[in-house]
Write a protein that binds this ligand. Structure first.
Ligand code: ZN
Ligand code: ZN
Length: 350
């Protein structure tokens, strides 16, 4: 699917700039030479789930969406914790994410799967185009000098964590360097790679695989497997429907471990003002009640047009005038559907 898409020069893979990211993927192979002490797997699990929590609770639900509150010291701790996940700085992350919600699956969405699966998964990170922080989208975060500093020197917490894991490895192995390195290869690098790719699935797979409860204007889906491995982020259709909610699992059975931990922290008064969706939000735009689903309309329309183009009939007339008519029809139908969707949104649900 992605091979048919033309990329601008600044949208192609920046091999030099991406070298550390690519090398990171090779680092766990070092364990073949050092061996892997059992504790490395414990470190891996702790760093995977711990940092996933910082990314989802911190970068996503706090910095990008401001769905709950915390004090300035706690905010900094949250930012440092999430920065160890090797996903650049807090302001960069939050700004790109706000942009994604603003333009979900539209032309200028940074990582819409409509531009190809791999593009949405990691292509957009490996090119030069999105290196800069979109500061205009995050004035609320730009006013903190400590966050601006961390956004610039995001590499520091990661290097500190690698040093800490190595130090722990030395302690565990009684000063022996080789097993300590094995703990770094698996404990830090393998967990970082897993963490990176499961985070990316929210931009890629969560817009492709799963069920849609709410008719949102994008292709977001709810997927319980992704929710389990990402601490609740897999309830992505819920999230696109109502971004203001700290809790992303809307039903009791929609496991959302990020929220559970935040709930405990709120009882300890370390965070406050957690949001959950109000009833009127839970009962509007429901697909099973017939809400027109613009998100999938686009997908099936695009599929139909592609099938037409690939068929033998798509030459001559089709290529010229009919294609233009088809585009007109698309615009008109979509506008009508949107109108309908908004009309049903006004009506209280049965
Ligand atoms: Zn979001
Ligand atoms: Zn999304």
């Amino acid at each position: 699917m992605s091979h048919t898409i033309e990329r601008a020069p600044d949208e192609r893979v920046n091999w030099l700039g991406s070298a550390p990211f690519i090398l990171m993927h090779l680092a766990p192979l070092g364990a073949l030479f050092t061996g892997v002490p059992w504790v490395a797997w414990v470190v891996m699990a702790v760093l995977y789930f711990g940092r996933m929590w910082f990314v989802t609770a911190g970068y996503h639900r706090y910095f990008a969406h401001r769905s709950y509150k915390m004090g300035r010291v706690m905010q900094f701790i949250m930012a440092v914790g999430a920065t160890t996940a090797v996903q650049k700085g807090p302001i960069w992350w939050a700004a790109h994410h706000r942009h994604h919600h603003k333009y979900s699956d539209q032309e200028n969405d940074v990582h819409s799967p409509k531009r190809g699966f791999w593009w949405s998964h990691m292509g957009w990170i490996l090119c030069r185009k999105y290196d800069a922080t979109r500061t205009e989208l995050v004035p609320d975060l730009m006013k903190y000098p400590e966050l601006r500093w961390l956004n610039k020197y995001w590499i520091i917490p990661q290097v500190a964590l690698i040093a800490a894991v190595f130090g722990f490895g030395l302690l565990f192995s009684g000063g022996a360097v080789v097993p300590a390195l094995g703990i770094v290869f698996i404990g830090f690098f393998l967990s970082t790679i897993l963490l990176s790719h499961t985070t990316y699935t929210i931009n890629s797979l969560s817009h492709v695989l799963g069920r849609r409860r709410f008719a949102t204007n994008d292709t977001s889906r709810n997927n319980w497997v992704l929710a389990l491995i990402t601490g609740g982020e897999g309830w992505h259709n819920n999230h696109h429907h109502y971004q203001g909610s700290t809790r992303q699992g809307f039903k009791w059975w929609e496991i959302d471990t990020t929220y559970y931990v935040l709930w405990v922290l709120s009882k300890l008064r370390l965070v406050w003002g957690l949001h959950t969706p109000p009833k009127r939000v839970l009962t509007r735009h429901l697909i099973k009640q017939g809400a027109p689903d613009i998100g999938t309309f686009d997908k099936y329309w695009a599929k139909a047009v592609k099938a037409l183009q690939q068929s033998g009939h798509a030459t001559g007339d089709f290529a010229t005038e009919q294609k233009a008519k088809l585009s007109e029809l698309y615009v008109a139908t979509r506008a009508k559907l949107l109108e309908l969707a908004n009309a049903t949104a006004q009506k209280p649900a049965a």
